[in-house]
Design a protein around this ligand. Structure first.
Ligand code: DOR
Ligand code: ZN
Length: 344
């Protein structure tokens, strides 16, 4: 008899949809499985103002396949010139759910991010007052810090001082990749949440670098040692409401990945749920999957969980090796094992 697993419809609390032809090509993969997603604002140019976020939201809604039931939860890209009253207005609209902090230079399209954290203090104070969450890309950009240490150093040098200086600020540590981040998040109160990607539960740094370089496994923050992957798996499957799914599905064309200086990002939207079911089953924690994909995120963002459900069948899953876009093919993340659970 085929085993089945029924979950409340999941949400993705960290997603890159891009714009234009890429948006059209990648959005159906997410909308097929997820009810809502926190949409990253690192377009070129970035989505900085309330007005820009609403225009981007309209473009996403227009790109939805007919009959799709998907709500984009918009975010604003924090710059040193961001106006606190624009942020408050965006939040009050009910359509913009978070502000994203990119340290300048940390990752894809982060050049307009923050270098001087004092300059964004008034915005952070306004957010603490209104309860709007700050989503944080937690890596220092100091060239002297080894790339594998940048997350742990960020917690100590940037995150903890910001939180201490701004009591009440609600923070999401995005796409955590280290035991250090798991330990830090676990020790905080409910004003802090942490998202974990699908790919960081599956790969460690050997997958990227051993036996030949694998650009499709390169993302930021970069995958770390095995001990860190195991800490992430333990956190995700623990049942703790502190941790929830943010896939960071980040499509780039193969042409942009396979370069002497290739882009960071794993495109996991098409097979994320199948991979997660397998990871949770391997950890003996299938009963914790719904919390991670469908309950903890809404609770942090103060939104109701979805009423609809999806069902996974243990009947073997297939997925395309790549999806075609008008800009060229985008390779789908290969977890390195056959997938048992299919969403139908
Ligand atoms: O791997 C990543 N890709 N990490 C990020 O922080 C940004 C993202 C992207 O936009 O491609
Ligand atoms: Zn991201």
């Amino acid at each position: 008899m085929t085993q089945t697993l029924t979950l409340r419809r999941p949400d993705d609390w960290h997603l890159h949809l891009r714009d234009g032809a890429m948006l059209e090509a990648v959005l159906p993969s997410t909308a097929a499985h997820f009810a809502r997603a926190i949409i990253m604002p690192n377009l070129v140019p970035p989505v900085v103002t309330h007005k820009q976020a609403l225009l981007y939201r309209d473009r996403i809604l227009s790109a939805l396949p007919s009959g799709a039931n998907f709500t984009p939860l918009m975010t604003l890209y924090l710059t040193e010139d961001t106006d606190p009253s624009d942020v408050a207005e965006a939040h009050a609209s009910g359509l913009v759910h978070a502000v994203k902090l990119y340290p300048a230079g940390a990752t894809t399209n982060s050049a307009s991010g923050v270098s001087n954290f004092d300059k964004v203090r008034p915005v952070l104070e306004k957010m603490a007052e209104t309860g709007m969450p700050l989503c944080v890309h937690g890596e220092v950009t100091d060239e002297n810090i080894d790339i594998f240490d940048r997350e742990a150093v960020f917690i100590e040098r940037v995150l903890e001082p910001i939180r201490r200086a701004t009591p009440g600020l609600r923070v999401v540590m995005e796409h955590i990749t280290t035991k250090d981040a798991v330990d830090y998040a676990s020790a905080q109160d409910g004003s802090l949440g942490a998202t974990i990607t699908t790919h960081h539960l599956v790969i460690n740094r050997n997958h990227i670098l051993a036996g030949g370089i694998k650009p499709h496994y390169y993302c930021l923050p970069v995958a770390k040692r095995e001990e860190h992957r195991l800490a992430l798996r333990a956190a995700a499957t623990s049942g703790s409401a502190r941790f929830f799914l943010g896939t960071d599905s980040a499509p780039h064309t193969d042409a942009n990945k396979l370069l002497p200086c290739g882009c960071a990002g794993c495109f996991t939207a098409p097979n994320t749920l199948s991979i997660l079911a397998q990871v949770f089953e391997q950890e003996g924690a299938l009963d914790k999957l719904e919390g991670f994909t469908s309950l903890h995120g809404p609770s942090f963002y103060k939104l109701p969980a979805n009423d609809e459900t999806i069902t996974l069948f243990k009947s073997g899953a297939t997925y395309p090796a790549h999806i075609d876009t008008a800009e060229g093919p985008v390779t789908v993340f290969d977890p390195g094992f056959a997938l048992d659970w299919a969403v139908r």
